[in-house]
Design a binder for this molecule. Structure first.
Ligand code: COA
Length: 393
């Protein structure tokens, strides 16, 4: 007799146990470098103040023709190029961003279309600087349940477009960029070992970007007096929260993985401020060198910062196959998230034939767009004729 529990099990979920492995990684930063000296030309600030308070020396700003989705696409293409995955084999695309071009449609659907990932679901995550790890968590659970095999998780931002240039306390912090990972189901034990996602909405006022739909904006006029679509931050409050939560989240996620700090080769934290990283190293009682830092070159790139730092850590040889690493993020919401990853990949071998097929697919995007439009119209038209209904019904 079939048990009730078996009847209720969704058909796509197989009882097999899969692990979610990072098999590809990629990043894209704009070429335009904006240094502290450039900032001091337009703001009442200076290189010494910015470096000593934040550790940031320069950041990248997107050019006119670059958007969050174009940066996301480039990072995704680079990540795919290290894998055997063709775009048509991707099941899920998640973009974490707090600077989307639209409230909807999601940034992820542009990436889905431009890649030619015609079998993928696609959506954005709004969890500020923790968004990439929220996405990694969702995709990991989907892989572990057996419902999907391949996911693309991207963190992408164009924060330069939401900077409030009248607030020198926040204008100095942010930069643009994107980072991506490919997550694949494997039977081999490893990959994402444990995850943690949390929020504390009581701190929603500490770090925010308001839209036109916010009650404060709707009730007050003229709009120009208000900072719509610009970052507002209560720096001190965020600093206190971040310095405490980083260490706590690292300990908790390591505990969940049944490991100890000694098992960890590298911690890759959200790149917000060098002093926050120093405080975390002190509270964890580990050398500062255990925490990856590249914020001197990119500033705070919010959801993009962890995958960007991951790419650079691999490139610098700071992670090798068999290493355990911790990824940890925190930010607006307030939100925080972390993951322990058993890194299982060595030097990736690029399959030139597959890369050629992927590139041919990318090049055909315009043809694809027209073809899908024609096919949609054709299908609708045929249905109407077959049903013999008037066209204006
Ligand atoms: N250049 C020069 N002086 C500046 C300045 C700048 N860019 N920004 C602020 N100041 C001045 C202030 O006006 C103030 O001057 P005053 O004492 O004469 O009033 C003084 O520096 C101290 O300002 P304060 O805001 O108290 O500085 P701080 O030490 O708290 O540092 C931050 C400000 C933003 C660097 C710090 O709060 C921080 O890093 N917060 C966390 C930010 C963060 O990481 N956010 C993202 C998390 S996801």
């Amino acid at each position: 007799m079939v048990k009730m529990a078996e009847l209720n099990r969704p058909s796509t979920v197989t009882p097999h146990r899969y692990y979610a492995h990072i098999t590809g990684w990629g990043m894209c930063v704009p070429e335009h470098i904006f240094s502290n000296a450039d900032l001091s030309a337009i703001l009442e600030t200076n290189d010494e103040w910015i470096r000593t308070r934040t550790g940031i020396q320069e950041r990248r700003f997107a050019d006119e023709d670059q958007t969050t989705s174009t940066l996301a696409l480039k990072a995704a293409q680079q990540a795919l190029s290290l894998t055997d995955v063709l775009p048509s084999e991707i099941d899920l695309i998640i973009v974490a961003t707090c600077t989307p071009e639209n409230i909807f449609p999601a940034t992820a659907v542009f990436v889905q279309h431009w890649l030619g990932a015609n079998q993928a679901g696609a959506f954005d995550i709004s969890a500020a600087c923790s968004g990439f790890l929220y996405g990694l968590n969702i995709a990991t659970q989907a892989i572990r349940s057996g419902s999907i095999k391949v996911a693309l998780i991207i963190g992408a931002e164009t924060l330069s477009r939401v900077i409030n240039w009248e607030d020198r306390g926040t204008a100095i912090l942010f930069g643009d960029g994107a980072g991506a990972v490919v997550l694949e189901a494997r039977e081999e034990e490893g990959g994402i070992i444990s995850t943690l996602v949390r929020a504390d909405g009581s701190g929603h006022d500490f770090l925010k970007i308001l839209t036109h739909n916010h009650p404060e904006i709707r009730s007050k006029a003229p709009f120009s007096d208000l900072k719509i679509h610009k970052v507002y931050m209560s720096g001190g409050d965020v600093f206190k929260f971040a310095s405490r939560i980083l260490g706590e989240a690292v300990r908790e996620v390591i505990d969940r993985a049944k490991m100890s700090l000694e098992d960890i080769r590298l911690i890759i934290p959200h790149q917000a401020n060098a002093r926050i990283l120093q405080a975390a190293a002190r509270s964890l009682n580990v050398p500062e060198s255990l925490l990856m830092s590249n914020l001197e070159r990119y500033g705070n790139t919010s959801a993009a910062s962890i995958p960007l730092a991951l790419c650079e850590a691999v490139r610098e040889g700071r992670i090798a196959a068999g290493d355990n690493i911790v990824l940890v993020g925190f930010g607006g919401g307030l939100t925080w998230a972390a993951a322990v990853v058993k890194w299982m990949v060595g030097e990736p071998a690029v399959d030139r034939r597959k890369e050629g097929r992927r590139r041919a697919g990318y090049a055909l995007v315009k043809v694809r767009t027209r073809w899908y439009r024609v096919a949609r119209f054709g299908r609708w038209f045929l249905q109407r004729i077959l049903r013999r209904r008037p066209l204006d019904e």
